[in-house]
Design a protein around this ligand. Structure first.
Ligand SMILES: Cc1ncc(C[n+]2csc(CCOP(=O)(O)OP(=O)(O)O)c2C)c(N)n1
Length: 579
């Protein structure tokens, strides 16, 4: 989805009474109108009037001061994904705004609703290379659902109403509102009207019932139907309908990393993870199913591998909200455009009760093979070297399979997603599409603040942690109860693994000579422990989980452990390697 034209309001929801105030004050009033009680950001010259207005509303809008704008936006992402509201992020012009860009791109590819407000130089200086001026609209255009620059206070209400509406509806995404400093100072007659529809924007395509019937017909006659589910199920709050659908039809179902937790791990039809480091059966059997039913997923290349050999034998049914995703990577024999909840509700009515025991057994057989060759050793290592998998196994036990998992990017991400057990949905937060190292710690902080009643565990590698570790200060300042688990292999592990397997073990710039992470955590006044021996692991994890507050646990894991299975880059899903 790219930038959309400035659309016109067509609906007439409730309007607040007119009152004279500055643009900055109006912006804060709008945040309140939009039910925002937390915002993440970092101040600077061009956004100072907004921060000044926030000063008067500290009781109702909690502003979380990050230590870097990238930290702030990943916090806003973690917050949005954990509690379902739009994440709000504030930054100053120039470097403040450019520091947001990675997070904006991350939110765009992972469909996370954000409103980012950036200050801008005075409108009279625009285009003059003024101090801290940069073309935020130009830079963010390809990675936002919509962006807009405000130069007059009177534009604020309508622009922000659209921003919130666009961010949260349809396929969610990030919106950038850039506002010049003079527009923040300018006084005007403020009134606010929430946006509920836009003439040129259709958040949910109207469901074509004939497509639903066509899909049902294929499903009812299938011998080896197979469901792939993604984040669309979670974003549509369609977990219940999804489960009804697969239970009625008895179809084995595999998840993308973004769909993880939409179906509980121990559900008999949950056959596991798709993708490069996904499970054996789900990858291999993609090329044996007769009907492939993709629900709220976008056939990312990490999932499909080589497209020319991907599921060629299957007829494809694609349930998807975004028309741009249909036929983008894999062409759909039956596209069902619409919101997953609505599409599944209709589909359930048309499918016949069924079971596919023999076909399901194929997945179980593959599972057994993967267990014997990979999983057993990862979860219960026979050497003295600690594995990432055994750490995750103990975490499952100590949290009763009920916590929010936030991950950074690399081997630890793959292991944590593969082996974490989920009993509740919306419990997995990761950088799926962009693969942004540095995401985990700040997203974990945002998740802990957004879902204070949940146990939030941010699993990070020693590489990614060092990209945003300054946010430990934000933990100290906010008292966010995030539990940080550092799986330290003293390498940029995932890249090292590739160097080992595909570059003749030429470890070019992947070994990390690390600082003393224990001293570091102590410097930020966070309780901390380091585990190097298996005999201390269980107790340390118990303390880590049970501690009422933030905690930093570092576990030294095998330096040259690898994550398997693996679909080598450029290979087809059936070429998945178990070793
Ligand atoms: C910002 C960014 N830079 C580079 C990469 C490429 N990359 C992917 S995984 C990885 C290694 C991660 O190392 P670490 O954080 O220690 O985690 P590990 O793989 O060891 O678990 C790198 C460098 C990336 N994904 N993101």
């Amino acid at each position: 989805m790219g930038t959309v034209e400035v659309p016109e309001l067509t609906s007439q929801p409730k309007t607040t009474a007119t009152k004279r105030m500055t643009g900055a004050e109006a912006m804060v009033r709008i945040l309140l109108e939009e039910n925002v009680d937390m915002a993440f950001g970092y101040p600077g010259g061009a956004i100072m009037p907004v921060y000044d207005a926030l000063y008067d509303h500290q009781d109702t809008i909690h502003h979380v001061l990050a230590r870097h704008e990238q930290g702030a936006i990943h916090m806003a992402q973690g917050y949005a994904r954990a509690n379902g509201k739009v994440g709000v992020c504030l930054a100053t012009s120039g470097p403040g705004a450019t520091n947001l860009i990675t997070g904006i791109a991350d939110a765009q590819i992972d469909s996370t609703p954000l409103v980012c407000i950036t200050g801008q130089v005075n409108s009279s200086l625009l285009g003059s290379d003024a101090f801290q001026e940069c073309d935020v609209l130009g830079i963010s255009m390809p990675v936002t659902k919509w962006n807009y620059q405000i130069t007059r206070a009177e534009e604020i209400p309508q622009a922000l109403a659209k921003a919130f509406y666009l961010a949260r509806t349809g396929r969610p995404g990030p919106v950038v509102i850039d506002i010049t400093k003079d527009a923040q100072f300018e006084e005007f007659d403020f009134a606010y009207q929430k946006c509920t529809s836009l003439r040129s924007y259709t958040p949910k395509p109207k469901l074509d019932l004939s497509k639903v019937e066509e899909a049902a017909e294929l499903i009812n006659n299938a011998e080896r139907p197979y469901v792939l589910f993604g984040q669309g199920v979670l974003l549509a709050n369609a977990e219940k309908e999804f489960k009804q659908f697969i239970e009625k039809t008895g179809i084995p179902s595999a998840w993308t990393i973004m769909g993880l937790s939409a179906l509980e791990t121990d559900h008999p039809l949950n056959v596991g993870m798709l993708g490069m480091h996904g499970n054996y059966g789900p990858n291999l059997l993609t090329n044996e199913c007769d009907i492939l039913i993709a629900i709220g997923m976008r056939f990312d290349d990490r999932v499909t591998g080589n497209l020319s050999t991907y599921a060629r034998q299957a007829k494809v049914i694609h349930l998807e909200i975004d028309p741009a995703e249909i036929d983008k990577n894999v062409s759909a024999d039956v596209p069902v455009l619409g919101d997953a909840k609505e599409s599944l509700t209709e589909l359930i009515k048309h499918v016949k009760p069924n079971s596919h025991e023999e076909w399901l057994q194929r997945f179980r057989d593959c599972d057994k093979e993967e267990w014997d060759k990979v999983i057993e050793e990862e979860l219960h290592p026979t050497t003295d070297v600690l594995s990432m998998g055994e750490v995750i196994r103990i975490i499952n036990k100590k949290t009763n399979d009920d916590h929010i998992l936030v991950t950074d990017v690399g081997q630890h991400q793959m292991v944590a997603c593969r082996y974490t057990n989920f009993s509740r949905s919306k419990s997995n937060i990761t950088s799926g599409g962009l693969g942004t190292m540095g995401f985990g710690l700040p997203a974990g902080i945002g998740a802990a603040l957004g879902a204070p009643d949940r146990t939030v565990i941010a699993v990070v590698g020693d590489g990614g942690f060092q990209m945003t570790m300054q946010e430990l200060a934000t933990i100290y300042q906010t008292k966010a109860k995030v539990k940080v688990l550092l799986l330290n292999n003293e390498f940029l592990g995932m890249v090292r693994q590739w160097q080992q397997l595909f570059f003749e073990k030429r470890y070019s710039s992947t070994e990390l000579i690390n600082p003393d992470f224990q001293q570091l955590a102590k410097g930020f006044y966070i309780p901390t422990k380091k585990v190097t021996e298996r005999e201390n692991l269980d107790k340390a994890i118990e303390e880590f989980i049970n501690y009422d507050g933030a905690y930093f646990l570092e576990v030294m894991v095998g330096k040259e452990n690898n994550v398997f299975p693996m679909v080598p880059s450029g290979s087809g899903v059936a070429e998945i390697r178990l070793e």
